[in-house]
Design a protein around this ligand. Structure first.
Ligand SMILES: NC(=O)C[C@H](N)C(=O)O
Length: 320
Protein backbone atom coordinates (compact mmCIF):
# COMPACT_ATOMS: atom_id res chain seq x y z
CA UNK A 1 0.00 0.00 0.00
CA UNK A 2 1.46 3.37 -1.06
CA UNK A 3 0.83 6.30 1.26
CA UNK A 4 0.75 9.54 -0.76
CA UNK A 5 0.90 13.04 0.67
CA UNK A 6 -1.24 15.60 -1.17
CA UNK A 7 -0.54 19.29 -0.65
CA UNK A 8 -3.09 21.71 -2.07
CA UNK A 9 -1.99 25.26 -2.87
CA UNK A 10 -4.96 26.61 -4.88
CA UNK A 11 -5.36 27.45 -8.58
CA UNK A 12 -8.19 26.71 -11.01
CA UNK A 13 -8.21 23.06 -9.91
CA UNK A 14 -9.74 24.22 -6.62
CA UNK A 15 -11.97 26.98 -8.05
CA UNK A 16 -15.45 27.02 -9.57
CA UNK A 17 -17.31 29.04 -12.16
CA UNK A 18 -20.12 31.42 -11.17
CA UNK A 19 -21.74 34.09 -13.36
CA UNK A 20 -19.06 33.75 -16.02
CA UNK A 21 -16.16 34.21 -13.60
CA UNK A 22 -13.72 31.63 -12.22
CA UNK A 23 -13.48 32.22 -8.48
CA UNK A 24 -11.71 30.59 -5.52
CA UNK A 25 -13.67 28.21 -3.27
CA UNK A 26 -13.43 28.01 0.48
CA UNK A 27 -13.94 24.24 0.14
CA UNK A 28 -11.48 22.43 -2.13
CA UNK A 29 -13.51 20.19 -4.50
CA UNK A 30 -10.57 17.73 -4.62
CA UNK A 31 -11.48 16.73 -1.04
CA UNK A 32 -14.79 15.26 -2.25
CA UNK A 33 -13.17 12.63 -4.44
CA UNK A 34 -13.69 9.01 -3.41
CA UNK A 35 -10.78 6.84 -4.58
CA UNK A 36 -12.82 3.65 -4.68
CA UNK A 37 -10.93 2.17 -7.63
CA UNK A 38 -7.47 2.12 -6.08
CA UNK A 39 -7.14 0.12 -2.90
CA UNK A 40 -3.33 0.20 -3.18
CA UNK A 41 -3.15 3.86 -2.29
CA UNK A 42 -3.81 5.79 0.87
CA UNK A 43 -4.00 9.58 0.52
CA UNK A 44 -3.44 12.20 3.21
CA UNK A 45 -4.29 15.80 2.22
CA UNK A 46 -3.04 19.09 3.53
CA UNK A 47 -4.43 22.51 2.55
CA UNK A 48 -1.26 24.58 2.67
CA UNK A 49 -2.54 27.60 0.69
CA UNK A 50 -5.64 28.45 -1.29
CA UNK A 51 -4.10 30.92 -3.72
CA UNK A 52 -4.46 31.72 -7.39
CA UNK A 53 -0.97 30.99 -8.67
CA UNK A 54 -0.25 34.61 -9.74
CA UNK A 55 -0.23 35.22 -5.95
CA UNK A 56 2.51 32.61 -5.38
CA UNK A 57 5.96 34.05 -4.54
CA UNK A 58 9.35 32.41 -3.89
CA UNK A 59 8.45 32.64 -0.16
CA UNK A 60 5.45 30.36 -0.77
CA UNK A 61 7.73 28.02 -2.75
CA UNK A 62 10.12 27.89 0.20
CA UNK A 63 7.25 27.19 2.64
CA UNK A 64 6.12 24.38 0.36
CA UNK A 65 9.66 23.00 0.26
CA UNK A 66 9.88 23.09 4.07
CA UNK A 67 6.51 21.32 4.34
CA UNK A 68 7.72 18.59 1.97
CA UNK A 69 11.01 18.21 3.80
CA UNK A 70 9.19 17.80 7.08
CA UNK A 71 6.45 15.44 5.94
CA UNK A 72 7.89 13.45 3.02
CA UNK A 73 9.88 10.98 5.21
CA UNK A 74 6.52 9.53 6.39
CA UNK A 75 5.16 9.01 2.85
CA UNK A 76 6.01 7.25 -0.41
CA UNK A 77 5.64 10.40 -2.51
CA UNK A 78 3.73 13.65 -2.88
CA UNK A 79 1.25 15.30 -5.24
CA UNK A 80 0.98 19.08 -5.19
CA UNK A 81 -2.03 20.82 -6.72
CA UNK A 82 -1.23 24.31 -7.99
CA UNK A 83 -2.50 27.03 -10.29
CA UNK A 84 -1.08 26.61 -13.76
CA UNK A 85 0.11 30.20 -14.32
CA UNK A 86 3.23 29.80 -12.15
CA UNK A 87 3.19 26.02 -11.71
CA UNK A 88 6.37 25.57 -13.75
CA UNK A 89 8.23 27.98 -11.45
CA UNK A 90 7.21 26.19 -8.25
CA UNK A 91 8.06 22.85 -9.90
CA UNK A 92 11.52 24.13 -10.90
CA UNK A 93 12.13 25.63 -7.44
CA UNK A 94 11.30 22.31 -5.72
CA UNK A 95 13.36 20.36 -8.26
CA UNK A 96 16.38 22.51 -7.37
CA UNK A 97 16.04 21.81 -3.64
CA UNK A 98 17.38 18.88 -1.59
CA UNK A 99 14.54 16.38 -1.25
CA UNK A 100 14.64 12.58 -0.92
CA UNK A 101 15.37 11.15 -4.40
CA UNK A 102 13.36 7.99 -3.78
CA UNK A 103 10.07 9.84 -3.15
CA UNK A 104 8.36 10.89 -6.40
CA UNK A 105 6.88 14.41 -6.43
CA UNK A 106 4.34 15.52 -9.04
CA UNK A 107 2.64 18.87 -9.53
CA UNK A 108 -0.68 19.11 -11.25
CA UNK A 109 -3.48 21.58 -11.88
CA UNK A 110 -6.43 22.26 -14.15
CA UNK A 111 -7.34 24.51 -17.03
CA UNK A 112 -11.08 24.21 -16.33
CA UNK A 113 -12.51 24.75 -12.87
CA UNK A 114 -14.45 22.11 -10.93
CA UNK A 115 -17.99 22.77 -12.27
CA UNK A 116 -17.13 23.65 -15.90
CA UNK A 117 -18.01 21.20 -18.67
CA UNK A 118 -14.97 19.05 -19.43
CA UNK A 119 -13.27 19.98 -16.17
CA UNK A 120 -9.79 18.43 -16.18
CA UNK A 121 -8.95 18.83 -12.49
CA UNK A 122 -10.10 15.49 -11.17
CA UNK A 123 -8.53 13.63 -14.10
CA UNK A 124 -5.17 15.38 -13.69
CA UNK A 125 -5.26 14.88 -9.93
CA UNK A 126 -5.90 11.18 -10.24
CA UNK A 127 -3.21 10.92 -12.98
CA UNK A 128 -0.67 12.61 -10.71
CA UNK A 129 -1.52 10.16 -7.92
CA UNK A 130 -1.02 7.24 -10.34
CA UNK A 131 2.37 8.64 -11.38
CA UNK A 132 3.61 9.17 -7.83
CA UNK A 133 2.38 5.75 -6.68
CA UNK A 134 4.25 4.01 -9.51
CA UNK A 135 7.79 2.75 -8.78
CA UNK A 136 8.88 3.80 -12.29
CA UNK A 137 8.63 7.41 -11.08
CA UNK A 138 11.38 6.95 -8.48
CA UNK A 139 14.48 8.98 -9.35
CA UNK A 140 12.78 11.09 -12.03
CA UNK A 141 12.98 14.36 -10.06
CA UNK A 142 10.02 16.69 -9.67
CA UNK A 143 7.55 16.19 -12.52
CA UNK A 144 4.48 17.96 -13.86
CA UNK A 145 1.56 15.69 -14.73
CA UNK A 146 -1.16 17.17 -16.96
CA UNK A 147 -3.28 15.84 -19.80
CA UNK A 148 -1.80 12.30 -19.76
CA UNK A 149 1.80 13.55 -20.02
CA UNK A 150 4.69 13.61 -17.57
CA UNK A 151 7.10 16.55 -17.93
CA UNK A 152 10.41 17.36 -16.25
CA UNK A 153 10.15 20.42 -13.99
CA UNK A 154 13.27 21.90 -15.56
CA UNK A 155 11.91 22.13 -19.10
CA UNK A 156 8.13 22.22 -18.94
CA UNK A 157 6.29 25.44 -19.71
CA UNK A 158 2.73 26.70 -20.01
CA UNK A 159 2.11 27.33 -23.70
CA UNK A 160 -1.60 28.09 -24.05
CA UNK A 161 -3.98 30.36 -22.16
CA UNK A 162 -6.79 27.80 -21.93
CA UNK A 163 -6.12 24.57 -23.84
CA UNK A 164 -5.93 21.49 -21.56
CA UNK A 165 -2.72 20.44 -23.35
CA UNK A 166 -1.09 23.72 -22.32
CA UNK A 167 1.97 22.15 -20.63
CA UNK A 168 4.68 21.24 -23.10
CA UNK A 169 8.40 20.62 -23.08
CA UNK A 170 10.05 22.50 -25.95
CA UNK A 171 13.17 21.01 -27.55
CA UNK A 172 13.16 17.81 -25.48
CA UNK A 173 9.55 16.58 -25.35
CA UNK A 174 7.89 15.01 -22.30
CA UNK A 175 9.63 12.50 -19.99
CA UNK A 176 6.79 10.05 -20.36
CA UNK A 177 3.08 9.51 -20.58
CA UNK A 178 0.17 7.77 -18.94
CA UNK A 179 -1.77 5.14 -20.83
CA UNK A 180 -5.10 3.76 -19.54
CA UNK A 181 -3.26 1.02 -17.69
CA UNK A 182 0.38 2.00 -17.42
CA UNK A 183 2.95 4.73 -17.04
CA UNK A 184 5.72 4.88 -19.62
CA UNK A 185 8.94 6.85 -19.36
CA UNK A 186 11.14 7.33 -22.40
CA UNK A 187 13.64 9.87 -21.04
CA UNK A 188 15.71 10.12 -17.85
CA UNK A 189 16.26 13.59 -16.36
CA UNK A 190 19.89 14.52 -15.80
CA UNK A 191 21.45 14.90 -12.36
CA UNK A 192 21.89 18.44 -11.11
CA UNK A 193 23.11 20.49 -8.18
CA UNK A 194 20.51 20.81 -5.42
CA UNK A 195 20.37 23.30 -2.59
CA UNK A 196 19.08 23.49 0.95
CA UNK A 197 17.63 26.96 1.56
CA UNK A 198 16.17 28.40 4.73
CA UNK A 199 15.40 31.84 3.31
CA UNK A 200 14.89 33.31 -0.13
CA UNK A 201 15.06 37.00 -0.85
CA UNK A 202 16.26 39.34 -3.55
CA UNK A 203 15.06 41.35 -6.53
CA UNK A 204 15.79 39.97 -9.98
CA UNK A 205 13.72 41.54 -12.77
CA UNK A 206 13.32 40.05 -16.25
CA UNK A 207 13.68 42.19 -19.37
CA UNK A 208 12.70 41.00 -22.83
CA UNK A 209 14.71 42.13 -25.85
CA UNK A 210 13.09 43.39 -29.05
CA UNK A 211 14.14 44.82 -32.40
CA UNK A 212 15.32 48.39 -31.92
CA UNK A 213 15.71 48.02 -28.14
CA UNK A 214 17.68 50.85 -26.62
CA UNK A 215 18.40 51.96 -23.07
CA UNK A 216 14.82 53.09 -22.33
CA UNK A 217 14.07 50.40 -19.74
CA UNK A 218 17.58 49.54 -18.61
CA UNK A 219 18.48 53.11 -17.69
CA UNK A 220 15.48 53.24 -15.31
CA UNK A 221 16.99 50.47 -13.20
CA UNK A 222 18.81 51.65 -10.11
CA UNK A 223 21.58 49.05 -9.62
CA UNK A 224 21.29 49.48 -5.84
CA UNK A 225 17.74 48.10 -5.90
CA UNK A 226 18.47 44.85 -7.73
CA UNK A 227 20.47 41.71 -6.98
CA UNK A 228 20.67 40.57 -10.58
CA UNK A 229 18.84 40.76 -13.87
CA UNK A 230 17.63 38.26 -16.45
CA UNK A 231 17.51 39.25 -20.11
CA UNK A 232 15.45 37.34 -22.65
CA UNK A 233 17.73 37.92 -25.61
CA UNK A 234 17.22 37.43 -29.33
CA UNK A 235 17.95 34.18 -31.17
CA UNK A 236 21.00 32.28 -29.99
CA UNK A 237 21.71 35.02 -27.40
CA UNK A 238 22.21 38.44 -29.00
CA UNK A 239 21.08 41.99 -28.20
CA UNK A 240 20.61 45.20 -30.19
CA UNK A 241 23.78 47.32 -29.93
CA UNK A 242 21.93 50.36 -28.50
CA UNK A 243 20.90 48.38 -25.42
CA UNK A 244 24.43 47.51 -24.31
CA UNK A 245 25.80 50.44 -22.31
CA UNK A 246 23.83 49.84 -19.10
CA UNK A 247 24.19 46.07 -19.32
CA UNK A 248 27.97 46.44 -19.47
CA UNK A 249 27.84 48.92 -16.57
CA UNK A 250 25.88 46.43 -14.47
CA UNK A 251 28.35 43.58 -15.07
CA UNK A 252 31.28 45.95 -14.42
CA UNK A 253 29.98 46.72 -10.90
CA UNK A 254 29.35 43.03 -10.17
CA UNK A 255 25.57 42.78 -10.69
CA UNK A 256 24.93 39.31 -12.16
CA UNK A 257 23.42 39.62 -15.64
CA UNK A 258 21.94 36.37 -16.88
CA UNK A 259 20.87 35.76 -20.46
CA UNK A 260 18.38 33.31 -21.97
CA UNK A 261 16.93 33.18 -25.46
CA UNK A 262 13.42 34.42 -26.18
CA UNK A 263 13.12 31.53 -28.66
CA UNK A 264 10.71 28.78 -27.61
CA UNK A 265 13.14 26.03 -28.69
CA UNK A 266 16.91 25.68 -28.52
CA UNK A 267 19.77 26.75 -26.31
CA UNK A 268 21.39 30.18 -25.78
CA UNK A 269 25.10 30.23 -26.68
CA UNK A 270 27.75 32.88 -27.28
CA UNK A 271 28.31 32.38 -31.02
CA UNK A 272 28.03 35.74 -32.81
CA UNK A 273 30.99 38.11 -32.92
CA UNK A 274 29.31 41.43 -33.87
CA UNK A 275 28.41 44.33 -31.51
CA UNK A 276 25.74 42.94 -29.17
CA UNK A 277 26.40 39.40 -30.40
CA UNK A 278 26.74 36.64 -27.84
CA UNK A 279 30.56 36.71 -27.89
CA UNK A 280 30.55 40.45 -27.13
CA UNK A 281 28.09 39.86 -24.27
CA UNK A 282 30.03 36.93 -22.82
CA UNK A 283 33.27 38.97 -22.87
CA UNK A 284 31.40 41.69 -20.94
CA UNK A 285 30.57 39.19 -18.18
CA UNK A 286 27.02 38.26 -19.18
CA UNK A 287 26.26 34.67 -18.10
CA UNK A 288 24.44 32.37 -20.51
CA UNK A 289 21.83 30.03 -19.04
CA UNK A 290 21.35 26.87 -21.03
CA UNK A 291 17.92 25.42 -21.65
CA UNK A 292 15.85 27.44 -19.17
CA UNK A 293 13.20 30.00 -19.93
CA UNK A 294 13.55 33.42 -18.29
CA UNK A 295 11.20 32.74 -15.37
CA UNK A 296 13.20 29.66 -14.38
CA UNK A 297 16.56 31.34 -15.03
CA UNK A 298 15.42 34.02 -12.59
CA UNK A 299 14.76 31.36 -9.93
CA UNK A 300 18.10 29.70 -10.70
CA UNK A 301 19.91 32.96 -10.03
CA UNK A 302 17.79 33.71 -6.95
CA UNK A 303 18.52 30.28 -5.48
CA UNK A 304 22.24 30.54 -6.30
CA UNK A 305 22.56 33.98 -4.70
CA UNK A 306 20.62 32.87 -1.60
CA UNK A 307 22.99 29.91 -1.32
CA UNK A 308 25.94 32.30 -1.21
CA UNK A 309 27.43 31.52 -4.63
CA UNK A 310 29.62 34.32 -6.04
CA UNK A 311 32.30 34.87 -8.68
CA UNK A 312 33.45 31.83 -10.64
CA UNK A 313 31.35 29.45 -8.56
CA UNK A 314 28.24 31.42 -9.49
CA UNK A 315 29.23 31.52 -13.19
CA UNK A 316 29.92 27.76 -13.27
CA UNK A 317 26.56 26.97 -11.69
CA UNK A 318 24.57 29.44 -13.80
CA UNK A 319 26.16 28.31 -17.08
CA UNK A 320 26.16 24.60 -16.19
N1 LIG B 1 -5.45 27.24 -14.74
C1 LIG B 1 -5.05 27.93 -13.68
O1 LIG B 1 -4.81 27.37 -12.65
C2 LIG B 1 -4.84 29.41 -13.89
C3 LIG B 1 -5.08 30.26 -12.67
N2 LIG B 1 -5.07 31.65 -13.04
C4 LIG B 1 -3.98 30.05 -11.62
O2 LIG B 1 -2.85 29.91 -11.98
O3 LIG B 1 -4.29 30.04 -10.46
Amino acid sequence: MKHILVIHTGGTISMHEANGQIIPDTHNPMHDIQFTTDTHMQVTSVDLFNLPSPHITPHHMLTLYQELKLRLPDYDGAVITHGTDTLEETAYFLDTMQLPKDKPIALTGAMRSSNEIGSDGLYNFSSALRVVANDKSIGKGVVVVMNDEIHAAKYVTKTHTKNVSTFQTPTHGPLGLLTKQDILYFQIPEERVRFELTCVSGTIPIIKAYAGMGEELLKLINPETIDGIVIEALGAGNLPPDSLTHIKELTAIGIPVVLVSRCFNGIAEAVYGYAGGGVDLAVSGVMFVKELNSQKARLKLLIALNSGLTGNELKTYIEG
